[in-house]
Ligand binder design. Structure first.
Ligand SMILES: CC(C)(COP(=O)(O)OP(=O)(O)OC[C@H]1O[C@@H](n2cnc3c(N)ncnc32)[C@H](O)[C@@H]1OP(=O)(O)O)[C@@H](O)C(=O)NCCC(=O)NCCS
Length: 161
């Protein structure tokens, strides 16, 4: 299935992407992606939490069998907390990040969560644009939340219900 998106005034067809649930067999690939995309990557051991039903959930996209994008969310009572979203640098701007966040939102709806929150570096325009396009609103700021390099975080929230 294809959807039409507007790029530079022209319509461009984009294949619909269907992320899969993160399972143990994809953890090595996701850990590699974490190392590639973040200065303080989650370890494989920490990522395992995202495969424990009721604790966390992960969504993964593969290209030619290799993990090219993933997103994780921890779940506590009626709230989801997005831990990380990452797309391999060679596969950005192809809709993978959006598909992963949409899959997490769908999971939240199906599992009766009230809201999803996340922190994002305030200079991270790509991620802020992505979350805003999906309805997340800035609800606060945590000063110097990040290290390597030190930077404040914006807190963004999506009401799911
Ligand atoms: C943020 C990130 C996950 C986006 O992934 P992606 O697969 O490239 O995103 P998509 O192709 O699904 O983009 C969806 C929308 O997000 C926005 N967006 C994505 N990248 C953008 C960029 N570089 N500049 C501006 N907007 C951008 C656009 O609105 C885009 O829609 P469009 O392509 O139709 O214009 C990716 O850039 C990444 O892995 N960054 C490094 C890790 C990171 O910072 N993660 C977020 C931590 S909070």
């Amino acid at each position: 299935m294809e959807e039409n998106i507007k790029v530079g005034g022209e319509k461009k067809a984009r294949k619909r992407i269907y992320p899969e649930r993160l399972t143990v067999d994809a953890l090595d690939g996701v850990a590699e992606l974490e190392k590639l995309c973040f200065s303080q990557p989650w370890s494989r051991k920490s990522l395992e939490l995202l495969t424990n039903e009721g604790i966390g959930v992960g969504m993964v996209c593969r290209k030619d069998g290799i993990v090219c994008a993933y997103g994780g969310m921890m779940c506590a009572v009626d709230e989801g907390q997005i831990t990380n979203i990452a797309t391999h640098p060679d596969h950005r701007r192809q809709g993978y990040g959006k598909a992963v966040v949409e899959a997490l939102i769908k999971y939240a709806k199906n599992n009766h969560l009230e809201s999803i929150s996340l922190e994002v570096r305030e200079s991270n325009r790509a991620a802020i644009e992505l979350y805003s396009a999906l309805g997340f609103k800035v609800e606060g700021k945590r000063k110097d939340f990040y290290t390597k390099p030190t930077e404040s975080a914006l807190v963004m929230v999506l009401k799911v219900k």
